[in-house]
Design a protein around this ligand. Structure first.
Ligand code: ATP
Ligand code: MG
Length: 719
């Protein structure tokens, strides 16, 4: 058989990795050096040359989107669909395993995945039920507390509280939350992995089964695995299993979510792999590559690597200083416009930013120019309220004991079930260890409700019961359509919201029915014995939790730097490169977090193939206030010789903005005393630029040092 096409487009070390005959392999290499490509070719190589059954392979990557792409690339290389091949995220794979062994891990067959938003609501519910002060125990950090301990593999009983009352309360919240999940058959993201870990650790037969099955385990983006994921890998890797791991320590960007870059070093220590280093970058121009290398050089404690390219020098990196965020957006969109005029595809361009909220201005500017775009992250389809409402009904058909779903829709649309009735149900459920559904049924039978509340509750339970009975065996799309219709969701939104909002929600519900109708159950899910409904519900929950969007055709791509990992685009804009925004304010004081921000910057820069623009704005609205900031320190870490300033300095800037009586900086000198309406009295300690666009650093007596733009600051001179 001719397998040369599997090796033709690979360089020597890449081939070595793809064809490695023995032992484990660790490919440690910088951005754009072909790690993902090598992993894909390795899969094809194993199937075609070593005749490994696709069922004997497990490939893990970071997002569902990456998994989909990987599957397509393998299919293209092999010229056939590799049925039975498990490619997915850690979460997706653990979910599948738990489905197959639900009873053994103590879960109901119908267990549901709790996405992050539902988890937050549930944690808040638990805190309220415990009658704790929500000021002292806010739900958001408690959710973080629970996930952090789960990510480290700790159950409530493993947490040492040192007789500390506050800690003990936190652990009690965790315990009650977990009890609630168990009662309702709910599994949060971290739990998916923790349960699977416990199964493989404690059940010899199962561990042996999976070790026998997955002879080869391949993992992309290994630098972003967390403690639990690494523990899982170790459990799955028996003496006969072969691991193939690729990663880049310089691209570890999920430390804040529990990822441990040390796992790369641990892997070397624990498995003694063949080390392959890839040093040639095939993605970017020499200029972009060098600039990125120089920025990441400012981090210490790197494993260190050389990265070079045969590519052309290419254009300089273009730096644009905008007066404000609106101007930044206009500039970026004008450049995208030019790109398209010159024959480029919209989809070849990406706008990357630090936080989701930054997308809005770009969206508006793109809309004005009539350029199609897609926002990744933010509120995506399965996170929209109306979609979650309809899905909650479907979840109740699937499992009436799903308390989170019950809470969500028991009075949506409003049917006269008030807070008092509900807390009666909750108390009853807690007292008897029942689900809300069971408790409500029992209360109806015992006459525990008032006549009105009882009738309303009965109507709700009947609706669920009837829908379940009628659609137990019908196609998924039909069941979904029935839910939307019989729950009268559209009418409910119409009665409460402006027509256009309600219409948009109705369209989304129609889209949801279409999605259910055309849902193709993955072959592997079917094999694993999942019903189409279970697959569909799981997919929705897993996608909602992932900060990345669906596949799209020809649109400009807007996304956070985090979601851009692993991707590449000919034209890249990095926007909002300002101190306080990127690096993020919270990271500036902490050297480790600052280093992670710098890696994120490296990830962003190395997404660019041909052209890279870096933009910053001197002022922008943040949390309802105009703030002024300096360019990001990362900008100053790029050698000037590699850049071109599109608006050099601030000196040539025309006067803009409201000019009611600002002081010309010509009149101000270092040491001058001024008064600012909000910050009070201060001394000028630094001046950059001239005229109304000059930036002044003023040390305010009470507010401390601030940078202000002269033209906007309305300073009153005192001396
Ligand atoms: P990242 O660290 O960003 O995930 P990576 O190391 O996974 O990057 P890939 O995405 O696999 O890199 O490859 C980067 C680009 O280089 C892709 O367009 C890929 O097709 C191309 N490439 C990789 N190796 C070669 C090669 N030997 N010949 C030609 N092109 C290559
Ligand atoms: Mg990659």
């Amino acid at each position: 058989m001719d397998v040369s096409h599997l090796l033709d487009d690979l360089n020597e070390p890449q081939r070595e990795a793809v064809t490695a005959d023995e032992g484990h392999v660790l490919v440690l290499a910088g951005a754009g050096s072909g790690k993902t490509r090598v992993l894909v070719h390795r899969i094809a190589w194993l199937i075609q040359v070593h005749h490994v059954s696709p069922m004997g392979l497990l490939a893990v990557t970071f997002t569902n989107k990456a998994a989909g792409e990987m599957r397509n690339r393998v299919a293209r290389l092999l010229n056939l669909r590799p049925d039975g091949l498990w490619i997915g995220t850690f979460h997706g794979i653990c979910h599948r395993i738990l489905r197959m062994h639900a009873a053994e891990v103590g879960l109901p067959e119908t267990f549901q995945i709790l996405d992050s938003d539902d988890q937050y609501r549930l944690v808040r519910r638990v805190i309220r039920d415990m009658e704790l002060d929500e000021g002292e125990f806010p739900a958001r950090p408690m959710q973080g507390f629970i996930n952090h301990h789960k990510d480290e593999g700790r159950r409530p009983e493993h947490i040492e509280t040192f007789d500390h009352a506050f800690q003990a309360r936190q652990v009690a919240i965790y315990r009650n939350y977990q009890d609630y999940c168990e009662r309702s058959g709910l599994v949060d993201f971290a739990e998916l992995m923790l349960r699977t870990l416990e199964l493989l650790r404690d059940n010899d037969a199962r561990r042996t089964h999976y070790r026998d099955r997955f002879g080869h385990i391949l993992i992309d983006e290994f630098q972003d695995t967390n403690t639990l994921q690494y523990a899982l890998v170790r459990l799955l890797a028996g003496p006969q299993n072969r691991l193939f791991v690729v990663g880049d320590d310089d691209q570890s960007i999920y430390g804040w979510r529990g990822a441990r870059v040390e796992n790369v070093a641990h892997f070397s220590r624990d498995f003694d792999p063949v080390m392959v280093r890839l040093e040639q970058n095939y993605r970017s121009t020499a200029t972009i590559l060098e600039a990125a290398n120089r920025v990441i050089d400012h981090n210490d404690q790197r494993m260190g690597k050389n990265l070079w390219t045969e590519g052309e020098r290419g254009d300089p990196i273009r730096i644009f200083s905008a007066y404000n965020a609106e101007e930044e957006a206009d500039f970026v969109v004008a450049r995208i416009h030019d790109w398209i005029e010159q024959g480029g595809q919209p989809s070849e361009s990406a706008v990357l930013y630090r936080s989701n909220a930054q997308s809005r201005l770009f969206e508006q500017a793109l809309l004005r120019e009539d350029i199609p775009y897609r926002v990744y992250g933010g509120l995506r389809f399965f996170e929209r309220a109306e979609v979650k409402d309809a899905m909650a009904y479907l979840r109740l058909l699937h499992n009436p004991h799903d308390d989170a779903a019950f809470e969500r829709v028991v009075n949506l649309p409003a049917r006269g079930i008030g807070e008092r009735t509900l807390s009666l149900v909750r108390d009853h459920a807690r007292g008897r260890g029942q689900s809300l559904y069971e408790a409500a049924s029992a209360l109806i039978a015992e006459g525990g409700f008032t006549a009105r509340a009882g009738a309303a509750m009965r109507a709700f339970l009947q609706l669920i019961g009837q829908l379940e009975a009628e659609h137990r065996d019908s196609a998924l799309g039909e069941a979904m359509a029935a839910v939307v219709e019989r729950a009268e969701l559209a009418a409910w939104y119409q009665s409460r919201e402006p027509a256009d909002r309600a219409e948009a929600r109705e369209e989304n519900l129609a889209e949801l029915v279409r999605a259910a109708d055309s849902f193709n159950q993955p072959f592997e899910d079917e094999q694993a014995g999942l019903s189409p409904m279970a697959s569909f519900l799981a997919q929705a929950a897993l996608e909602a939790g992932e900060h990345q969007g669906e596949r799209w055709q020809d649109c400009v791509q807007l996304m956070t730097l985090h979601s851009a990992k692993g991707l590449e685009f000919p034209l890249v804009f990095m926007a909002g490169m300002e101190e306080g925004l990127f690096p993020h304010q919270k990271s500036i004081e902490d050297p480790e977090r600052l280093a992670e921000e710098r890696r994120l910057c490296y990830v962003g820069m190395t997404r660019a193939m041909r052209q890279l623009y870096i933009c910053h704005a001197e002022s922008r609205m943040l949390r309802g206030q105009t703030s002024f900031s300096r360019p990001s320190r990362f900008l100053t870490e790029i050698p000037e010789a590699l850049t071109e300033n599109l608006r050099p300095g601030l000196r040539t800037a025309p006067a803009r903005g409201p000019m009611d009586g600002p002081i010309e900086t010509g009149a101000l000198s270092l040491g001058a005393t001024v008064r600012h309406a909000r910050f009070g009295i201060g001394t000028v300690i630094n001046i950059e630029g001239q005229g109304s666009a000059a930036r002044l650093q003023i040390n305010f007596e009470s507010a401390g040092p601030k940078w202000l733009v002269s033209g906007y600051a309305n300073l009153e001179r005192l001396d």
